[in-house]
Write a protein that binds this ligand. Structure first.
Ligand code: NAD
Ligand code: MG
Length: 400
């Protein structure tokens, strides 16, 4: 067993960090990890969408060189609030792209939600040779091909934050890629695992936001309730680990203790287990290849009496199958799946459409798609915009 050598750790210069989406669920937990290791991190950049109150507090605590807000008016507010400190303030996509590629940044935590603000800074960071700790799965779903190209072009490094992908990454450490037979992504099943499908018409936003095991941002929480989250993770795994569709299985595991598994060519299976706590995979993406001793909650085996596994029910949760179909089709199909889903989830959260309309809308848009097999970034943005418009039109006409 190798152990961490304290002298080596003490001599390491601090990792200069940019946290994109610092005010969200992953962003705030990243800063919790930073607080545990004040000597190992130097926070250079923090960004938010609209939550300038929290970003102001974070900027006062961590004193970054630069902060970015999602829009020009929000940036103006931030500039005013931070005027007594020597902190640069930028806005929008340009700002995100700038902080992701800055010379004084080593690692970028990509924790913005959604494709629109997510992909471009990830590509910029990788091309500039940064370590990217990737939480934003929409980036890989839509632009996995482009992200892989960016990894190959620069000497950037892509490390998963999503707990399942972190688990797979931990299981394959030290193994040869060719010996991986299948990966098994575990899924909690969300809040409606045992709820009869014939009551789904009545699902409320509050019920869908009430995840049994994880506390996360609203979009991913709804994705967990429809199981689209697992569908997106299947596509994410395809690109992160260079797998085929057939090599990726999903198993429902209600306890969320086994975070995922890898089956090898000799019949051996490795799993990574732990208390559901995103700080563990966030920290691993930043500490890799080391493990840093930390006081995160431990598994209490006296409380873990059983681990259950069951096959997912794709009749009840059609989003999972739609994601497999999109991955099979390739090209612009995952971009359209993702955009239709982002739009439908946003309309559901605004109580404009019903829970059951989410898969209906996505399926409808996927049926209308004319596939582009080898899309550029611009083609992906166009496909994204087209799919969003289709869902809005459906919501205004045939849904409800
Ligand atoms: P969240 O909604 O809590 O936070 C999103 C962050 O992005 C916030 O800081 C917000 O201000 C910022 N943001 C939103 N729109 C923006 C825009 N247009 N421009 C700039 N910034 C913008 O979301 P989250 O739960 O932290 O999830 C972030 C990403 O991580 C998602 O892609 C999600 O799928 C993924 N992820 C989250 C978890 C989790 O436990 N929360 C687990 C695995 C993966
Ligand atoms: Mg996950």
């Amino acid at each position: 067993m190798t152990t961490l050598e304290p002298s080596r750790v003490l001599n390491e210069s601090p990792q200069r960090l940019a946290v994109l989406g610092a005010t969200g669920s992953i962003g705030t937990q990243t800063l919790d990890v930073v607080r545990l290791f004040p000597d190992r991190f130097d926070v250079r950049a923090l960004t938010c969408g609209a939550n300038v109150d929290l970003l102001t507090e974070q900027a006062r605590e961590f004193r970054p060189e630069i902060v970015v807000a999602g829009s020009a008016p929000k940036a103006k507010t931030l500039r005013h609030r931070l005027s007594s400190l020597d902190i640069e303030v930028l806005a929008g996509e340009e700002g995100l792209r700038h902080v992701a590629a800055r010379d004084d940044v080593d690692s970028v935590v990509a924790a913005v939600v959604g494709f629109t603000a997510g992909l471009v800074p990830v590509l910029a960071a990788l091309r500039a040779g940064k370590r990217v700790a990737l939480a934003n799965k929409e980036t890989m779903v839509v632009g996995g091909d482009l992200v892989q190209e960016a990894v190959e072009e620069g000497d950037g490094e892509l490390l998963p934050v999503d707990s399942e992908h972190s688990a797979i990454f931990q299981c394959i450490a030290g193994e040869s890629e060719q010996t991986v037979e299948t990966v098994v992504l575990t899924a909690s099943g969300g809040p409606f695992r045992t709820r009869p499908a014939n009551t789904f018409d009545d699902v409320t936003v509050d019920e869908a936001l009430n995840h049994p095991n994880w506390s996360m941002g609203p979009k991913i929480t709804i994705d967990s309730a429809t199981m689209m989250n697992k569908g997106l993770e299947v596509i994410e795994a395809r690109w992160l680990f260079d797998l085929t569709v057939d090599e990726i299985q999903v198993l429902v595991h209600p306890q969320s203790i086994v975070h995922s598994m890898v089956a090898f060519a000799d019949g051996a299976v490795k799993a990574q287990l732990g208390v559901p706590d995103m700080k563990v995979p966030i920290q691993y993406a930043l500490s890799y290849p080391s493990r840093w001793p930390a006081p995160h909650e431990r598994l209490d085996w006296s409380e873990v009496s059983r681990l259950d596994f069951e096959q997912p029910d794709t009749d009840k949760f059609p989003c999972l199958q739609l994601a497999y179909d999109a991955l099979d089709a390739g090209g612009t199909a995952p971009a359209v799946l993702n955009a239709a889903n982002e739009q439908a989830v946003s309309l559901f959260l605004e109580e404009e459409i019903a829970f059951v309309d989410i898969p209906r809308a996505i399926e409808d848009v996927m049926d209308q798609l004319t596939l582009n097999g080898t899309p550029t970034l611009e083609d992906l943005s166009d496909a994204d915009e087209w799919a969003r418009e289709c869902v809005k039109e459906l919501a205004a006409t045939s849904l409800n």
